[in-house]
Design a protein around this ligand. Structure first.
Ligand SMILES: Cc1cc2nc3c(=O)[nH]c(=O)nc-3n(C[C@H](O)[C@H](O)[C@H](O)COP(=O)(O)OP(=O)(O)OC[C@H]3O[C@@H](n4cnc5c(N)ncnc54)[C@H](O)[C@@H]3O)c2cc1C
Length: 505
């Protein structure tokens, strides 16, 4: 899976065993001194162990590599931690002046390798920029710096009686800037929208150091949305240094019901009809048979109704109660029944906990792939994906849920797991499973990603996904960053010379 990209790559591929690198790594003292002039020496880190902490994000492939004592790509040359927009601007201007490459980093929870240093880049860690700058209750907006931890951000809003409505499972291990940079989704996206619906304004430092502000407006009609060039830009077009988000009053009630359905088709029909009836569940989640079984042990109703769904309604009590009643009527029309609430209570308790840690530690190869498709295509796409993934490895654990639903389609979120085996055997199987899941999504008129983004691991499907749109993104990149210095080789864009290639793209 990890191959050097042509002739130039041989310069970049240093010994990849972590223990070898520990003995042989070098430090660029001159560059460290230049960075220290901007941020102070205490905010530039050249020591090996700190740099080692930035060799991977939460991309499972990179985690497998580190588990085996191998560097996934390269060791970053330095870590720099600016305190404010001015320092970010001076750092990017310096990168152009001296010609070094640099990658914006939040909390490294991205799961597609968006922060992997492919050629010894400097890592620009924004987590010192972590304050709420303003809460305006009349306009119901919050202005926040990009490096604020998601959990701390939401807790601070809750203390004032507000919420941003964005609750990714990674809330406690990600930053607000990372949410926007990856075009993420929270568990209540069916009600509040994805991050692109929540962020209304931005401040960004573009690759030459210029500070660009997109003022927060309710709506506007002044050409294409510049804000949306940056939402989902994954650190390739600039560094996000400030965000304005919509906020909402904390709900009076927030209650969920668990339903059991006789078939997946019945559950999909009920969920689609609930959304198309303009009911607004805060949570709408369906689990296929494999995922239902793991969450409903001892609950008899699931023997005859093996598909589980959660529907939660929040807001003013009276309204939420009416919405729940109307939703349950649709569920009944599709053959569903109400079930005990334990699975929902358990899910709520663990909603911000990563379920993969124990499998990684036990040597398994576990990954998740999320795609989007229109309602009409989902049943066929799901069956095709399950069959194709199991054909790659018959003993594969494969499960799916649908947890972000819209009037026109939904996100299908799949988890697969290979048992412990040698990396040399597992990694080609892992790559092949990714390939069948991504190509099947495209064949079914879907998108290769709903909210995890592209990073480096999805590079090779970007042409199939975007067509000529990829050339448009490359033109924007070339115009903003002619030296290809800011997070090169991500989002399907041209890599820098000497870059390591991950997953063939
Ligand atoms: C257990 C687990 C559960 C997850 N659940 C969800 C989920 O429910 N919903 C969801 O959407 N995602 C989820 N993710 C994915 C991940 O948490 C998100 O993509 C998150 O938004 C990344 O934030 P981060 O601060 O960790 O960014 P990082 O991983 O540090 O960076 C991610 C990308 O954003 C860029 N970037 C970061 N900060 C900036 C900035 N200030 N300016 C410009 N570019 C920047 C980086 O260069 C990189 O390309 C999950 C991940 C894990 C491990």
């Amino acid at each position: 899976m990890l191959t050097p990209s042509g002739a130039a790559a041989s310069q970049a591929v240093t010994p990849t065993r972590i223990d070898d690198l520990r003995l042989s790594h070098s430090i660029d003292d001159a560059l460290a001194a230049a960075l220290a002039e901007i941020v102070g020496a205490e905010n530039v880190h050249a020591d090996f162990e700190t740099r080692l902490g930035y060799v991977r994000d939460s991309l499972p492939y990179a985690k497998y590599q580190v588990r085996s004592g191998v560097i996934p790509a390269t060791l970053p040359s330095l870590i720099v931690r600016p305190a404010n927009t001015d320092e970010v601007s001076r750092l990017l201007a310096l990168s152009v002046e001296l010609g070094f490459r640099i990658i914006p980093v939040g909390s490294l929870s991205g799961v597609l390798g968006g922060t992997l240093p492919l050629a010894g880049e400097v890592m620009l860690d924004v987590t010192r920029m972590d304050a709420i700058l303003e809460v305006n209750e009349t306009d119901s907006i919050v202005v926040v710096q990009p490096g604020m931890n998601g959990g701390a951000f939401e807790a601070a809003l809750n203390e004032r009686g507000w919420t941003a409505g964005h609750y990714p499972q990674s809330m406690l291990i990600s930053t607000v800037g990372g949410w926007a940079a990856c075009r993420g989704a929270g568990q209540a996206s069916s009600r509040f929208g994805k991050i692109e619906d929540i962020v209304t304004g931005l401040e960004v430092v573009v690759p030459d150091g210029t500070i660009l502000r997109v003022n927060a407006e309710a709506r506007r009609a002044v050409g294409p949305s510049i804000k949306d060039i940056y939402i989902g830009s994954e650190g390739v077009f600039g560094v996000i240094t400030e965000l304005t988000l919509r906020i909402w009053k904390l709900p009076e009630v927030d209650t969920g019901v668990v339903c059991a359905f006789p078939t997946l088709q019945a559950a999909l029909n009920a969920t689609r009809r609930i959304i198309q009836a303009e009911l607004r569940p805060s949570i709408a989640r369906l689990y296929d048979e494999a995922e239902t079984a793991g969450r409903t042990e001892g609950l008899d109703v699931f023997a005859s109704h093996p598909i589980m769904g959660f529907f939660a309604f929040s807001g003013m009590r009276e309204l939420a109660e009416v919405e729940q009643r109307l939703a349950l009527a649709i569920v009944a029309e599709e053959g569903g029944v109400q079930a005990p609430s334990d699975p929902f209570t358990n899910w709520r308790k663990d909603r911000y906990v990563s379920l993969s840690a124990k499998w990684f530690e036990a040597g398994h190869f576990m990954d998740t792939v999320e795609v989007t498709a229109p309602w009409s295509r989902i049943p066929g796409m799901y069956e095709a994906m399950r069959t194709a993934a199991k054909a790659v490895y018959p003993g594969l654990h494969f499960g799916s849920h649908w947890s972000h639903v819209y009037s026109d389609g939904a996100c299908q979120y799949m988890t697969f797991r290979l048992p412990p085996m040698a990396d040399a055997e597992a990694l080609p199987l892992h790559a092949k499973i990714w390939d069948v899941l991504q190509t099947t999504a495209i064949e079914h008129g879907g998108s290769i990603s709903h909210h995890h983004g592209v990073g480096v691991f999805r590079n090779r499907w970007m042409r199939a996904e975007l067509g000529a749109g990829l050339d448009l993104l490359q033109s924007i990149k070339d115009s903003l960053d002619p030296g290809n210095l800011l997070n090169p080789g991500k989002l399907g864009l041209r890599p820098a010379p000497g870059s390591v290639v991950i997953n063939g793209g």
